[in-house]
Ligand binder design. Structure first.
Ligand code: PLP
Ligand code: SF4
Length: 463
């Protein structure tokens, strides 16, 4: 076994040989799904391409009732699976909204293993107990909000939650405390698209000269009307110290049709980007693809339309178990994103969210993935793997923990420029811990001890 490449060996002539040819199937990331794939769903078998590309048709036919979803699945999946989904929704604290596009790219021949199904449609049989350290609003966004719906946690940037609806509702959503209608399990905080609330947000931003960068999110900017995009864009751009803005939306991943057929929305968005550029300011789109199958030829056409207008698009993914936690899937996702001119920006460790323990994975998994990914493609298309520290510590490089105990699954982070002097813990899902860790979490008397141990070791400094 060769243990190390020494400098003089690097220059041996035989090592200068060109790389061997790659196998013919090595470029699967360039093969995007085309054709009328939605017609496989019985409910969409007569839907034409013109209809399917119409964003209004997509919005109108999005499924917002469990009964409707179950009816649409009839004939596609087994009765047992349908029962399982029914039970999943009865136990999940989330609202239902799935676009026909999303439903059409799910693999109904193998629904238990399909990565897209797992992200939107819960099954009762796979739900795991929540982690004992879970709390709603696990990121502490409300505590950092000077006015409702504006989180000012970091020095020069703020997060504006402009509305509380989305084109779809994702199981893993961090903002399940605010997003979507109330479900049986949780009563949400109200963050409607309300001009009076927005006025307070704009006033706050104008009053804080350090704020140069505003993230416009929600909910989801996809659900803002064209005139609202314009209002928010023009108002914030008129504040001299605001230099950068990002509109955050899952839209390109779940309803790319809007970029192709909602001309009013597209025009106003491009107007904001273009007028910003003339002022020497930067407005971009941040989106959220999690799996390579979410990128079809419809996505490519949508992204091409943005690219041709010079719009920069960056991607933030959520790392999810059996969705995108293997090096193969993650590498394919990054290559495919790059292929449609979307820059991978972040991959987030899944936050502690009610009813989603089966989707979370360990910090160790994130660290392993990062190792595989780095070096596989351009650095600017290589995402950072992040832990958004529960309790308001903010985004931390997953590698930068002060201490990580793989037995208890506790990792400890600090954030000197966000919350100096404080420690923040992330908790791996218990079912993935070694036996000893699972045993300790089974005993409530051990919980505080485990956290104290981890904090003590973190405070003791580098191992
Ligand atoms: C994520 C986030 C931002 C933006 O952070 P970046 O690392 O610059 O992408 C700003 N404010 C809050 C509260 C956030 O959660
Ligand atoms: S689209 Fe974004 S904000 Fe809306 S539910 Fe999904 S993750 Fe949450």
């Amino acid at each position: 076994m060769q243990l190390a490449v020494l400098p003089n060996e690097q220059h041996r002539p035989e090592n200068l040989a060109v790389k061997p040819a790659v196998p013919a199937d090595a470029h699967k990331h360039r093969d995007l799904v085309t054709g009328e794939f939605w017609r496989r769903i019985p409910a969409y078998k007569d839907v034409t391409e013109a209809q399917f590309l119409d964003h209004l048709w997509q919005a109108k036919n999005s499924i917002i009732k469990v009964e409707k979803l179950l009816a649409t699945l009839q004939g596609l999946v087994s009765e047992a699976f349908i029962k399982d989904v029914e039970e999943g929704f009865a136990r999940a604290p989330m609202a239902v909204r799935v676009s026909p596009y999303m439903l059409s790219i799910m693999n109904w021949d193998d629904p238990y293993n399909d990565a897209m199904r797992r992200q939107f449609i819960p099954t009762g049989s796979t739900i795991l107990p929540d982690h004992p350290k879970l709390g709603l609003d696990s990121l502490g966004e409300q505590a950092d909000s000077p006015v409702p719906g504006l989180t000012h946690r970091y020095y020069d940037k703020a997060l504006f939650l402009a509305l509380d609806t989305c084109p779809v509702y994702c199981r893993f959503c961090t903002r399940s405390y605010a997003v979507g209608p109330d479900s049986e399990e949780v009563e949400k905080v109200q963050l409607k698209a309300n001009p009076e609330r927005w006025r307070q947000v704009f006033e706050y931003v104008a009053s804080r000269p350090e704020l140069e960068d505003i993230v416009i999110s929600g909910g989801d900017a996809w659900n803002l009307r064209a005139d609202q995009i314009r209002t928010i864009g023009d108002t914030l751009l008129a504040i001299p110290h605001v230099r950068r803005m990002r509109f955050a939306t899952k839209g390109p991943a779940v309803m790319p049709q809007k970029l192709l057929t909602d001309d009013a929305w597209f025009r106003e968005f491009v107007h904001v980007v273009t007028s910003a550029r003339k002022m020497g300011k930067d407005v971009v789109l941040h989106t959220h693809f999690n799996h390579p199958n979410e990128i079809t030829d419809i996505t490519r056409r949508a992204m091409d339309r943005l690219f041709s207008e010079g719009v920069m698009v960056r991607n933030q993914s959520v790392l999810q178990r059996n969705v995108n936690d293997s090096p193969e899937v993650m590498t394919m996702l990054l290559r495919r994103l790059a292929f449609v001119n979307v820059h991978p920006y972040y991959v987030y460790q899944h936050d502690l969210v009610k009813g989603t323990e089966e989707l979370r994975t360990t910090v160790h998994t994130a660290l392993q993935l990062e190792k595989h990914v780095r070096g596989s493609t351009a650095g600017f298309n290589t995402p950072l793997f992040l832990v958004d520290a529960p309790g308001g510590g903010g985004k931390r490089d997953a590698h930068s923990y002060e201490y990580y105990d793989r037995t208890t699954g506790i990792s400890v982070y600090t954030a000197p420029s966000v919350k100096p002097g404080m420690y923040f813990c992330y908790f791996d899902p218990i079912d993935l811990l070694p036996e000893e860790g699972r045993r300790r979490w089974a005993d409530p008397a051990e919980h505080k001890k485990m956290v104290d141990e981890a904090l003590e070791k973190a405070a003791a400094g580098p191992r």
